[in-house]
Design a binder for this molecule. Structure first.
Ligand code: GRF
Length: 205
């Protein structure tokens, strides 16, 4: 079976939604390892409570290049069976840019969730960007990771209406509720081998 690795940095609510869905909906994927770059990430405790293995590879005082750091992540993933042949990697609030070498090694096997309707508002503070730019709709996007920032082929998107009185906080909350639906669904589509990548697009069967 396919092995799943999830990379987190904090709260871990998307990770939790994926892990719960795997159990509840019997998604054909084995949640093999959760890796955090921060030792105090709340998501670590959630995963442990659910009986999923965790590892911390601290990035804060890491001495070495981005690639050196990513090599540690890769060897940990491989140790738990998340390989370029048999793995899926979900970035779930992982607050690091990953190296082109990492992306290349796991080509079309790394996915990410972003709290906006890409290609609008990539990068940090996506919800604030939506409000500041007067967007009438926003939402979330699950996409493959390529060497750019939030630029890879889009797998799926869920949309919400931006309200006149929305703040960054209220908008983020409603988007997050959609993220928790979209991310497990994208994992299911991948695990069931239903996503085909054609150029910059995906075709879902
Ligand atoms: C989410 O809003 C996600 O879209 C973004 O970072 C946040 C992570 O939240 N990439 P959580 O750790 O999954 O709760």
């Amino acid at each position: 079976m396919l092995n799943l690795g999830i990379l987190i940095s904090g709260r871990g609510s998307n990770m939790e939604s994926i892990l719960k869905a795997i159990k509840r909906k019997k998604i054909p994927i084995n949640p093999a390892i959760i890796i955090s770059n921060k030792p105090d990430a709340k998501g670590l405790k959630i995963a442990q409570k659910m009986g999923i293995k965790t590892e911390v590879i601290e990035s804060k005082n890491f001495k070495g290049s981005r690639l050196d750091y990513d090599k540690k992540i890769i060897s940990t993933l491989e140790k738990h069976g998340v390989t370029p042949k048999n793995g899926l990697i979900c970035l779930a609030g992982f607050m690091r840019i990953i190296s082109p070498e990492f992306v290349k090694k796991y080509k079309n096997r790394i996915i990410n969730i972003h709290p906006a309707l890409l290609p609008s508002f990539p990068g940090l503070d996506a919800q604030k960007q939506a409000i500041d730019n007067g967007a009438k709709y926003s939402g979330c996007t699950v996409h493959f990771v390529d060497s750019g920032v939030d630029t890879g082929p889009i797998i799926l998107q869920l949309v919400i209406k931006v309200r006149n009185n929305d703040t960054e906080k209220t908008l983020s909350k409603r988007i997050l509720a959609k993220e928790h639906k979209a991310y497990p669904e994208a994992v299911r589509l991948f695990a069931e081998n239903r996503i085909k990548i054609v150029g910059r697009k995906t075709i879902i069967s």
